[in-house]
Design a binder for this molecule. Structure first.
Ligand SMILES: [Zn+2]
Length: 245
């Protein structure tokens, strides 16, 4: 099983790894490494892009996790081979943007639950925008302005962000069931990764998440709520963008 190193250190842009397995799909291959810093698509966060370099340099346009983490590489005629050492390099601008948007999404989810009793039902991040769906009737313009202001207060407060694993039973006792739906996880999962924002003794938000995050909310930068739309019977979708770094 690939060691998913991005779960511990989200700041690494380049790393060395051994190719464990290659599945030839024609023009592309799926490459399994012994360890990786590439984030596979999941939880609303898109896959990392980048390249693997060995005897050649192969672009990595996608990373997916099923039973394993599969790096899709544009292998052409001569792709990586099992046993080979390769250097992985992330498209850092893209990953960095995903980290900022992901932490912003957690702030927004916590804020909407606390301030509007509106639990998050879905979200999708991109490198230049994000949207979040929640259970709420309809946000007024004044409320959207209030949400934007409060988001920017939380960013400017420079809240610390940290992550660690917790036993599932303890997580089930301690986490807000409206922020984390642990019952959706398969029974085989006995530990969950927690992402926590704010004072460790009284965190502003604490949720199960396998994504990559910034370490300080200041890194998010200025937040602009760009719109809302109705989603389904009792759903609202909020769109937001972050200023460029
Ligand atoms: Zn998350």
């Amino acid at each position: 099983m690939t060691e998913q190193r991005y779960l511990e250190d989200s700041t690494v842009r380049e790393f060395d790894a051994r190719v464990e397995r290659v599945i030839d799909d024609g023009e592309t291959s799926r490459v399994v490494l012994d360890a990786t810093h590439f984030y596979p698509e999941g939880g609303g966060q898109p896959a990392d892009h980048g390249a693997l370099s060995g005897s050649e340099t192969w672009p990595v346009p996608d990373v997916q996790k099923t039973d394993e983490v599969y790096h899709v590489v544009e292998s052409g005629d001569a792709g990586p081979t099992a046993g080979e050492m390769v250097r992985g390099e992330l498209d850092w601008e893209r990953r960095r943007a995903h980290m900022r948007y992901h932490t912003a999404q957690h702030l927004l989810s916590a804020l909407l639950l606390e301030g509007y009793d509106a639990p998050t039902t879905g979200n999708q991040l991109h490198a230049d925008r994000a949207r979040l769906d929640c259970a709420y009737e309809r946000f007024s313009d004044e409320q959207l302005t209030d949400i934007e202001d409060r988001m920017n207060e939380l960013v400017e407060a420079g809240l610390g962000v940290r992550w660690y694993t917790l036993e599932r039973e303890r997580a089930e006792r301690e986490l807000d069931p409206q922020r984390t739906r642990l019952e959706l996880l398969p029974d085989s999962i006995t530990e969950v990764r927690i992402v926590e924002i704010g004072d460790p003794d009284d965190p502003f938000d604490r949720v199960a998440c396998a994504g990559t995050h910034v370490e300080d909310t200041k890194e998010i930068g200025r937040v602009e709520v760009t719109g809302r739309e109705t989603r389904g019977a009792d759903g609202e979708r909020i769109a937001f963008v972050l200023e460029d770094e």
